[in-house]
Design a protein around this ligand. Structure first.
Ligand code: ADP
Ligand code: MG
Length: 725
């Protein structure tokens, strides 16, 4: 994704030897770590020394101020016997100590009575047999852990401790806690980070290579030294300096993200776009809207109209469009796609429309071909399951320019699919495709770069879209076509399941269809409802006599497509499935979406599932079944709003941005510290700084930007390293 090493950058890289510098080196080799440790670090995304020193703590344990035992005793009344509080610190002398060897995994239990002059408490350790040598009557110890109030007094389950030397004063510190992984704890990571920082400290080039910010920006934002920020975030003396360090590092993250986007944009502006005026003057506006009116039978909503205008303005420019179209399920994205294809047709170019599955491709083809035939466009469907002869025919026509529009699946990507003049590529449900697949489709034009639009129903929060997709222009359809009935959403406890199922049966008997979604495929995840088990059980009970289909991810593509077809055709009345049913299929006759164990899904995902129904005239229902009241509570957000954007923001607040579909795979998304919602104002600033800079000095040849250029080159080469490992 960062593959834009302009000649200038490549030269700098070679000159400064960035690819072999300490920061870019493989951390495992440089620190001499075992392959096991290297693999664990890799799971955390840490490959180079730079990755390691930029692996930031997510909190600090405050070991600075011990609490007196008397004060701890006071907490007991505050919590009114609630039993336990969070972790606390204490400092005292061991007055009694016992070590017991245990059988089994835990092996040892150590109990110490600690007196701090204000009172006594009991400290307990499990599984630390070596403590027998460390902890003696009379030693002074610092302990930290959760406390419990028992009948006999205060007990601490110790998570951290330190035995102090005879008259060593206790200072305490803020201990960084790092994101960890199986087999590699925060404590070890801290050791590696410290070792890496020591190496960097004694390497002038590496130290200088840590700072991406040009002097002018650093000065304007009053950030101070990059090295200091980095060492402070790992070993702060107090919260205030940690917060200051964080401020700089968050800005750095956003700045780099925005630089990547600004450079991709600058590069794109050099690429030639399809020339829509070649067909005899720019496509006339009046003719365009007249054709669009003929192709779609309904009046566009205000939002659709606005997006069509944005699209049209883009496609008449000299540079290729790169646009993300977001619109909730059912908001009418296809009509916008059709508008784009009409414009391409008017300008004398072909269009390609790619969907993630055969069923979706066929469904979209019917809509698109039906509309576009009204304006004389010749359309074809290209999927994997075609007969050889038919396929060859279509390929020949595409290459000869006898077809204007092709709708298809991945089958569009193979080498033998060639176009006479491909002017527009549209990708539906983009998160199902990788970056490379999108590029492959775009690469099918010769001598210029086609306009590209990717469409998604995943309502990525506006803030996120602007950061993660910073190199795309974003259009949003934020209005539903008129006359749509809002889906009614209910959250129910598992005890209501029989009633809910009876309701589903009643809907089916009215002639409708229903989805039942389970989180698991089979019994292997025992605590959860599984699709196979439910299919078996419900077929012979509440759904007996009905056609009940089963769909899950372990079926072959052909089997899945066949099952979707049986449901789409109305043969299957109930479809019991896992979340494979999530994306885009239009089933106007389906009125119920029942989700079992709804609590295991993210809100955004539930919203996607809900979007499978409510596409026809009848009232539709979404019923979320959760095991208990606490889980049901969280799901209430779903019952309260149908607005996908609101739900996505809520989801992001609850779960962080990493889980959102389509963010990780976008590459260059290196936000480790920055929080997309809370730090959004910083993003706005950083983005402006990056854009101004690229505009003034697109190739970063200005001496002031030399170190930034070297930084980007180094990071690019590290990204290469990442791909190869
Ligand atoms: P999605 O954004 O989920 O892809 P579609 O493009 O499939 O949505 O549109 C959903 C349904 O709404 C389709 O049946 C379509 O014909 C209809 N539709 C789209 N736009 C309008 C409109 N402006 N007025 C009335 N119906 C519309
Ligand atoms: Mg769609």
């Amino acid at each position: 994704m960062r593959g834009m090493a302009t000649p200038t950058l490549a030269t700098i890289e070679r000159k400064e030897g960035a690819s072999t510098s300490l920061l870019s080196s493989r951390v495992a080799r440089t620190l001499g770590l075992s392959t096991r440790t290297a693999a664990a670090l890799e799971r955390l995304g840490i490959i180079t020394v730079r990755d390691l020193v930029r692996h930031f703590p997510y909190r600090y344990d405050d070991l600075r101020s011990p609490v007196s035992v008397a004060a701890l005793a006071g907490l007991r009344n505050e919590t009114r016997g609630a039993g336990s509080a969070g972790e606390v610190n204490a400092l005292g002398t061991v007055v009694h100590c016992s070590h017991v060897r245990l059988r089994g995994r835990i092996r040892a239990k150590t109990t110490a009575t600690i007196d701090d002059g204000t009172g006594v408490m009991t400290a307990v350790w499990f599984g630390r047999p070596y403590l027998a040598n460390q902890l003696k009557t009379g030693s002074r110890v610092f302990v930290r852990g959760r406390i419990d109030f028992t009948l006999t007094g205060i007990t601490m389950n110790v998570s951290r401790h330190r035995v102090l030397k005879a008259d060593e004063p206790y200072a305490g510190e803020l201990v960084p806690v790092y994101p960890q992984t199986a087999g590699l704890g925060s404590h070890e990571i801290r050791r590696f980070v410290r070792a890496a920082l020591r190496m960097v400290a004694s390497d002038v080039t590496a130290k200088a290579g840590l700072d991406p910010l040009p002097k002018s920006i650093n000065k304007r934002e009053r950030f101070g030294d990059a090295w200091r920020a980095l060492t402070t975030i790992h070993e702060p003396t107090d919260e205030k300096s940690a917060e200051q360090a964080r401020r700089r590092l968050v800005f750095e993250e956003f700045f780099l993200l925005a630089m990547g986007a600004a450079r991709r944009r600058a590069e794109r502006s050099q690429e030639p776009a399809p020339d829509f005026s070649a067909a005899g003057g720019a496509p006339a506006e009046k003719e365009f809207f007249e054709k669009l009116g003929r192709a779609v039978s309904f009046e566009l909503t205000g939002a659709q109209r606005r997006v069509v205008d944005e699209l049209r303005a883009d496609m008449l420019k000299q540079t290729p469009m790169n646009r993300l179209l977001q619109g909730d399920v059912g908001s009418g994205k296809t009509a916008v796609a059709i508008a784009g294809m009409i414009l391409a047709l008017q300008g004398g170019y072909q269009s390609a429309f790619m969907a993630p599955t055969e069923v979706l491709a066929a469904q979209q083809f019917n809509k698109i071909a039906g509309s576009l035939s009204q304006v004389g466009a010749r359309c074809a469907l290209l999927v994997g399951a075609l007969k050889r002869r038919t396929r060859d025919d279509i390929l020949a026509q595409l290459q000869a320019g006898d077809l204007d529009v092709v709708v298809g699946t991945h089958a569009l990507l193979t080498d033998d699919v060639r176009f006479a003049k491909l002017g527009l590529t549209i990708i539906d449900e983009q998160h199902r495709f990788g970056v490379l697949q999108r590029a492959a489709l775009r690469g099918k034009a010769q001598g210029f770069v086609p306009h590209t639009m990717v469409m998604t129903a995943t309502p990525i929060p506006r803030t996120l879209a602007q950061t993660v997709y910073a190199d795309l222009d974003v259009s949003i359809i934020d209005e539903m076509p008129p006359g749509r009935r809002a889906i009614k959403t209910f959250v129910r406890g598992v005890e209501a399941k029989p009633k809910v199922l009876a309701f589903v049966r009643a809907e089916v008997e009215k002639g409708h269809q229903a989805f039942v979604v389970c989180p698991a495929i089979d019994e292997s995840e025992r605590a959860l409802h599984s699709a196979q088990q439910q299919a078996q059980e419900l077929r012979s009970s509440v759904f007996s006599g009905l056609q009940v289909g089963l769909l899950h991810g372990r079926m072959s593509v052909a089997q899945k497509d066949e099952m979707m077809r049986l449901f789409a055709d109305g043969f299957m009345k109930v479809l019991i499935s896992t979340t494979v049913v999530e994306v885009g299929v239009d089933m106007p006759n389906a009125t119920v979406m029942l989700v079992l164990d709804a609590h295991v899904f993210g809100l955004a995902q539930l919203h996607q599932l809900r979007g499978r129904v409510g596409r026809g005239a009848a009232q539709s229902y979404c019923i979320l079944v959760a095991p208990d009241a606490a889980e049901a509570e969280r799901l209430q957000a779903m019952a309260q709003t149908n607005d996908g954007f609101a739900i996505a923001e809520e989801d992001m607040r609850l779960r962080g941005s990493g889980d959102l579909v389509g963010t990780r795979q976008h590459g260059g998304n290196d936000l480790r510290l920055a929080h997309l919602i809370r730090d959004f104002p910083v993003f706005v600033k950083a983005k402006k700084a990056a854009e101004t800079l690229v505009q003034a000095d697109p190739h970063l040849t200005n001496p002031e930007n030399r170190s930034l250029a070297a930084y980007l080159a180094a990071v690019d080469s590290e990204a290469m390293l990442r791909q190869s490992s």
